[in-house]
Design a protein around this ligand. Structure first.
Ligand code: CAA
Length: 286
């Protein structure tokens, strides 16, 4: 089944980027948040991102308008009745995701594909939220931030995911210009299983006073040729998101490398979640 109409649930860091890349290849996108204002704010973020591309001469003003027109913000979950595909990118919490999937399963046509952008939670666990017949259509489709820039999609099959569902997601990822890697349904999949111990160790080095944040980050940027240092990358991803992923990894796999560092737990408890709140390991002008 060709995918033309995409319902993106969640208009935050990941959701707005996912909506943007689908509109960029001509898909009709419904951008859903329970509060309409948040969906509208997501669309404004996309408009600002497209402004930058126009300014750099990467796209024309007409392209910008053509893409924006394809994105419809909504606060009504019932609009999922038009969707060929749902991509869910809400907060990384199994209960939050489960409640949303249960609701969308009631409202969506029976052939609609369900893809979760979870970065660590088991696909089989989330698929329990939907009726058994839908589970063949349920899959993990994990994007990386900034979504318009990072050319990877991690595809995760649950035990019930059908070959047809995998093929449809592969086809779409190809249209989006993303390379697909396939992971089994294990905590953190492939990328976050590699990434989180790296970020965690940088945080432990920081809390033990091994080096200043700037020096730890420069070590990775200059010495390892990473585009960002681990502490600035954690701030960029969101410290609450990193903490959530590390907890899933530690609960599911054990191992000291996955234990969330104290400094991370403290920052999150204080509401310092990184770039999005203006403070994490660094402070950011607001
Ligand atoms: N939307 C569209 N384009 C964007 C963008 C955005 N939000 N942010 C940056 N870009 C584009 C810029 O326009 C620029 O394009 P051109 O080269 O065509 O001009 C290009 O990306 C580079 O951007 P900048 O020059 O502004 O800045 P930079 O060179 O410092 O790169 C970066 C910024 C791409 C974010 C780079 O620092 C980077 O790759 N960082 C690492 C990101 C990363 O590791 N992401 C994965 C996080 S893990 C995750 O997402 C999954 C999870 O589950 C936690």
């Amino acid at each position: 089944m060709p995918i033309e109409r995409v319902f993106v649930a969640g208009a935050g860091l990941m959701g707005h980027g996912i909506a943007q890349v689908h509109a960029a290849i001509g898909k009709h996108v419904t951008l859903y948040e329970p509060e309409l204002q948040r969906a509208q704010a997501g669309k404004e973020r996309i408009a600002a991102s497209l402004d930058r591309l126009v300014h750099k001469g990467r796209i024309s003003g007409e392209d910008r308008e053509a893409q924006l027109v394809l994105i419809e913000p909504t606060g009504d979950p019932g609009t999922v009745r038009h969707a060929d595909l749902v991509v869910e990118a809400v907060f990384e919490d199994a209960d939050v995701k489960t409640a949303l999937w249960r609701e969308l399963d009631r409202l969506a046509p029976e052939q609609t594909l369900f893809a979760t952008n979870t970065s660590s939670i088991s696909i089989d666990r989330l698929a329990l939220a939907v009726r058994p017949a839908r589970r063949a259509l349920f899959v993990g489709m994990h994007f990386f931030s900034p979504v318009p820039v990072m050319p990877l999609v991690e595809l995760i099959r649950g035990s019930a995911t059908s070959d047809g569902t995998e093929a449809a997601i592969r086809q779409l990822a190809g249209e989006l210009g993303k390379q697909v890697i396939v992971s089994t349904d294990r905590p953190g999949f492939i990328v976050n299983r590699i990434l989180m111990p790296f970020l965690g160790e940088a945080m432990r080095a920081y809390e033990q006073g091994v080096g200043m944040a700037e020096d730890i980050d420069a070590g990775a940027r200059v010495g390892l040729n990473h585009p960002m240092g681990p502490l600035e990358l954690a701030d960029f991803i969101g410290l609450d998101v990193c903490l959530g992923i590390m907890k899933v990894l530690h609960e599911g796999l054990g191992g000291e490398q996955f234990v969330p560092p104290k400094v991370l737990q403290d920052l999150v408890a204080e509401g310092h979640l990184g770039q999005k709140t203006g403070r994490g390991f660094y402070t950011y002008p607001r």
